[in-house]
Ligand binder design. Structure first.
Ligand code: SAM
Length: 412
């Protein structure tokens, strides 16, 4: 039995040893003053093995596949345990944990995370959402604070501004309910994209909003003008896609998780709202140096929700220099050590950056150890060229974040 399989079994959890990596370590990583950490490289999960839930299908830059958190949640936690993600993004870890009856804590300095995650736990019924969409009445001239005509047909822009104003009024008046939050989440996701399923004319994928100037250039190059899109119809269509394949049991588990879920918008280094020694498992993926510009890519989503994208950009960890990134992650690990309970785990996923020349897993492994964790293994998910990668034109093992490299720690 491999070191990892043995340590997982010794943890007393119901783990079939055959499901843990069984190949001998390909190499080891030496951490100064510590034991060597085994590195396992193999296909840990395949999309064929497990079809992810449709409820995940909203776009976010550098999100990981649901199979990744599922792999660790199933092996390292039991029902009722707390599962945490300090860099939660669209909330992939939270949704996978909720679907397995775990308690969830979500954190991301970007407040869009709460907008995107909570409604998919709270899960209002499709009939309620449909009724609310039908009941929407917009003021004759909703206020526009910027020119968005390069993205939207005038009638679409009128509906979008009306919806934005309606949601703002409901929030400010303390009347916002689950149906409003769901509509806000889906609309945020449908603003711009590369198919008629989005409110905009053809543009980059929804998690990468281009600037108005760049959109004008795209329109000129493609000789295109925005066509009318019925935003109510598109929100309902996406709602059916997200919820359509959920079973009654999954609906129940998501809603149950919403009751106790904690959703924070803090810097991952300072999360005093989370009591010490409470988290059984953290599954997370930090910003990889300055590879992804989350604030810039989300400027239109921020505008729709009344957030200041520049301020969020200043709050994000966005280090171009490896040493700076390392110092910030060292503080993240100190905080993770505080919130993790004895016997708990951290699965810290980093991508391959700068064409493989910087191995972030080798940088973070000693950081966790210095914070007090035992580094148990490094797992590299050897994925074949995936559908997602093909769509976005990202070459596997080349441009960055496609091969998952997970450093696994335990608090002894
Ligand atoms: C790689 S993404 C995580 C994506 C996530 N795993 C998912 O599936 O959607 C990294 C996230 O870290 C967030 N972030 C950056 N700096 C942060 C900080 N100092 N504290 C908390 N979150 C931060 C970004 O907003 C971004 O959502």
């Amino acid at each position: 039995m491999s070191v990892l399989a043995r340590s997982l079994v010794e943890n007393g959890l119901q783990i079939a040893a055959r499901r843990a990596p069984t190949r001998r370590p390909r190499t080891e990583l030496r951490i100064p003053g510590e034991h060597s950490v085994p590195i396992y490289e193999q296909e840990l999960w395949t999309s064929r093995q497990r079809q992810a839930s449709s409820i995940h299908e909203i776009a976010y830059r550098a999100c990981f596949k649901p199979q990744l958190p599922a792999y660790f949640i199933e092996r390292l936690t039991r029902a009722g345990d707390v599962v945490y993600d300090p860099f939660s993004g669209r909330g992939t870890t939270a949704i996978e944990a909720a679907l397995r009856g775990r308690n969830v804590i979500v954190n991301d300095v970007n407040p869009l995370t709460v907008i995107l995650t909570y409604p998919r736990l709270e899960l209002p019924n499709v009939t309620e959402i449909d009724a609310r969409l039908r009941a929407l009445r917009f003021t004759p001239r909703p206020a526009s604070d910027m020119d968005l005509s390069m993205f939207f047909h005038p009638d679409t822009q009128y509906e979008l501004l009306g919806l934005r104003e309606y949601l703002y009024r409901r929030l400010r008046g303390g009347d916002e309910d689950a149906a409003d939050r769901w509509i806000r989440m889906v609309a945020t996701n449908r603003l711009t994209g590369h198919s008629p399923g989005f409110f905009s004319v053809y543009t980059l994928p929804p998690n990468q909003a281009v600037s108005p100037e760049d959109q004008l250039r795209i329109n000129n190059r493609l000789k295109q003008e925005p066509e009318y899109r019925d935003i109510r119809a598109l929100i309902l269509k996406k709602t059916l896609q997200l919820q359509g394949r959920l079973s009654a049991a999954e609906r129940f588990l998501l809603r149950q998780a919403a009751v106790n879920a904690r959703l924070l918008s803090r810097d991952a280094r300072a999360t005093s709202d989370i009591p010490s020694g409470t988290v059984q498992l953290t599954v997370t993926s930090p910003p990889f140096l300055d590879v992804v510009q989350y604030a810039r890519d989300n400027w239109l989503r921020c505008w729709f929700n009344g957030f200041d994208a520049d301020k969020i950009g200043n709050d994000l960890t966005m280090s171009g220099a490896v040493e700076e990134w390392e110092a910030e992650m060292a503080n993240v690990f100190r905080e993770l050590y505080r919130v993790t309970r004895t016997g708990g785990w951290v699965a810290f996923e980093v991508g391959e950056v700068r064409r493989g020349t910087v191995k972030l897993e080798e940088i973070v492994a000693p950081l966790g150890v210095r914070a007090g964790f035992q580094c148990t293994a490094i797992l590299i998910n050897a994925q074949r060229f995936t559908k997602t990668a093909n769509i976005w034109g990202v070459k596997n093992n080349n441009l960055g974040t496609n091969s998952n490299r997970i450093v696994l720690y335990r608090k002894a």
